[in-house]
Design a protein around this ligand. Structure first.
Ligand SMILES: Cc1cc2nc3c(=O)[nH]c(=O)nc-3n(C[C@H](O)[C@H](O)[C@H](O)COP(=O)(O)O)c2cc1C
Length: 353
């Protein structure tokens, strides 16, 4: 860490970063520019490596190297354990990725390998029991993800109830990040008040200039409100998991038809878009609308968390990190004033988190 920069809590100390904001690994929506911008701003960027075009491991390696070329700071990579992770994991460990951020599976078989390579490992959980067994298996960081989250929520417990329960289950052995519905500094301060060391934020970074998403998807992120997402299995998720997406024409068509099961959904198999990376994209297919997609972008699964209503302005990722951190400090002052009438001007400093 650069000299003179204080690290406010256990997450920052673990990762050697200044600001307790992680940009969530979002398969298909991150870019080396996004990840590096967040890390260069003092947070932690993460590459979303679990997208099918990185089955070509040479492309995955290039993504990691391009990110490394843009930042000297630590960054991480998300790998979904629903699929065999070894190829991607080896690349991350070879290339010096600091944090391997797993989700949707058991991290235990990989912990020793990651530690032996000098890296850290986290797991995203949706219940306190999952957090406890991951800590027992030796993970370094827990991400407690509430069902407000965009993409595939890990469970159905809301962030507000989940985070303190996970913090209690972990018992201070490793830091906890809060995820799901956190999109500004008020949310970050609330996460810290709940006992987390910081926030793991996805949707808000979709509204950054560096996000790898189609401009029409991004425009919908910027204009949607907090009530505009649905939690649904209507899109084929790759595994049997519900997703949180913006309510769109595909969802509305299926809903109007009485929410029929797979095989009976309206216009199944209709090609709604194409992409040089994905080929033809059928209605209900689980594909992030990347910048290269052409066709009916609105009909694709537009993943977004409930915090989407707080993402109103297109900014650079660095500006987003700065703004969230400044707002968190403002929220801390309001908390101090509201709770004990004091007028604290010290930065958020939860030594015990
Ligand atoms: C577009 C998008 C893609 C995502 N892709 C992944 C993924 O590949 N792996 C994963 O573990 N989580 C994924 N997520 C979930 C995020 O990692 C994170 O938990 C979530 O975005 C946090 O909630 P928020 O969106 O309300 O900030 C994705 C989320 C979004 C919005």
């Amino acid at each position: 860490m650069s000299q003179g920069v204080t690290m406010p809590n256990a997450f920052c100390r673990l990762l050697d970063i200044a600001i307790p904001i992680a940009q969530a690994g979002m398969g298909g929506a991150t870019s080396p520019e996004l990840v590096a911008a967040v890390s260069n701003a003092g947070g932690l960027g993460l590459i979303g490596l679990s997208v099918s075009y990185f089955d070509d491991l040479e492309l995955a390696r290039q993504e990691v190297r391009r990110t490394r070329a843009l930042t000297p700071r630590p960054f991480g990579a998300n790998i979904i354990l629903e699929w065999e992770p070894s190829g991607r994991l080896d690349i991350c460990l070879d290339e010096g990725v600091r944090l391997i951020s797993f989700s949707f599976g058991d991290p235990a078989p990989y912990v020793t390998r990651i530690h032996d390579a000098g890296a850290l490992v986290s797991i995203m959980v949706g219940t306190p029991a999952e957090a406890k067994s991951a800590v027992d298996a030796g993970v370094d960081l827990i991400i407690a993800q509430g069902w407000e989250a965009g993409g595939h929520p890990a469970g159905q417990i809301a962030t507000m109830a989940l985070v303190p329960a996970v913090v209690d289950a972990v018992g201070g052995q490793v830091p906890v990040l809060a995820a799901g519905g956190i999109a500004d500094g008020r949310g970050l301060a609330a996460a810290i008040a709940l006992g987390a060391s910081g926030a793991y934020i996805g949707t808000r970074f979709l509204a950054s200039r560096e996000a790898a998403i189609h401009p029409e998807y991004q425009q919908r992120i910027l204009t949607a409100g907090v009530a505009d997402t649905v939690y649904t299995k209507v899109f084929n998720g790759g595994w049997d998991a519900a997703q949180r997406v913006l309510r769109n024409s595909t969802y509305a068509r299926w809903d109007a038809a009485g929410q029929p099961p797979d095989g009976l959904r309206p216009d199944e198999g209709e090609i709604v878009a194409t992409s040089f990376r994905r080929g033809d994209i059928a209605r209900y297919q689980c594909v992030v609308a990347g910048p290269e997609c052409e066709g009916d972008i609105e009909a694709l699964p537009l993943w977004a968390g409930q915090g989407v209503g707080l993402a109103k302005e297109l900014m650079t990722a660095g500006e987003i990190v700065d703004e969230i951190w400044k707002e968190a400090k403002d929220a801390q002052r309001r908390l101090s004033a509201a709770i004990d009438g004091s007028n604290s001007s010290s930065p958020i400093d939860p030594e015990r988190n």
